[in-house]
Design a protein around this ligand. Sequence first.
Ligand SMILES: [Zn+2]
Length: 363
Amino acid sequence: MRSFLLGVVWLICIPLGISTSHAAEHGVVVLQYHHVGDDTPRVTSVTAAELAQHFGFLVENDFNVISLSQAQKLITSGEPVPDKTVAITFDDGWRNLYDNGLQVFKQFNLPFTVFVNPELMAESPHLYLSWQQLSELADYGASVANHSSTHTHMTWQQAGESKSQWLERQKKDVLAAQAALDSALDGEQPQHFAYPYGEFNPQLAALLEQLGFIAFGQHSGPWGATTPRAAIPRFPASGHYANLTTLKTKLLSLPLPARTVEPASMVLEKGSDEVAVELSVRDIDDFSIDGLNCFYQGQQINPTKQAAGASQGQGWQLSLTLEKPPLGRSRVNCTVASQSAQGRFYWYSVPLVRPNEQGRWPD
Ligand SMILES: [Zn+2]
């Protein structure tokens, strides 16, 4: 009788394409753009035609494109995230979003967020969107959010400045930018922050969280239930990342339930010739840990994997060593195939910045 019933369940489920186990866990894929145009640095640009192609792809393939506010609500609700949920962001508020992007925003009317630097907008109005233009873009899907007042490397301490003075300076900067947004736009704006250059450290993340913000970096991977609220990843979609073949894999990626144990901060110690990276990965039945691979600077690195947790069945401790990370920003990407969703990957990224002897690095 029991096997008969199981057979009936199997017969019903298979034609509907319902998997009886191994269900994939979904997250929100956040895309990150900068310029729209063909006369700006390619690495941070998409042309209007490419942007229209991306937006068209999302619409034609039934992606659920939502605003960051809707995404935040969804993630914090603890409810399952619908499959193929995507949010769109633009950093810096370049004027070319209006000059070249407006036609695309009008055509598709998808929600997106523009992260702006209010002091830079006031200093160089010919480069940046005006509040008036931002209001007009809001009619075609735009929300406006905080990218700091002046777009500095926020983790850099000034000469003679104490740790607490540095943190106080950052707090004032973030709050001044938010006050400018609130006064120039229609009242209180969402507390969404994008770190300039995607750079942060644990003190900054704690500050943003304490002030009530969610905060976005520039390391890749989807935003899932276990993502820290002040270290949310985004996938770059400009330059050679604009290619739809590779972008498609990212749009369909799933959040790997991992956290970084080591290094404690993305900003490495000076003279870090060898960097130990350690991740804690929760075990879910939709992937096999054996298939998990990490990639760094175009090289595949196989981490050592150890069962962790009280019953040795709750998760995995992954360790790998990076030799001579380059000066400035880099990232380690770790991926593993979903067993239930063919061609789709769980994805987690570890951002790193290696400083020079003066504790600085290039933009
Ligand atoms: Zn920026």
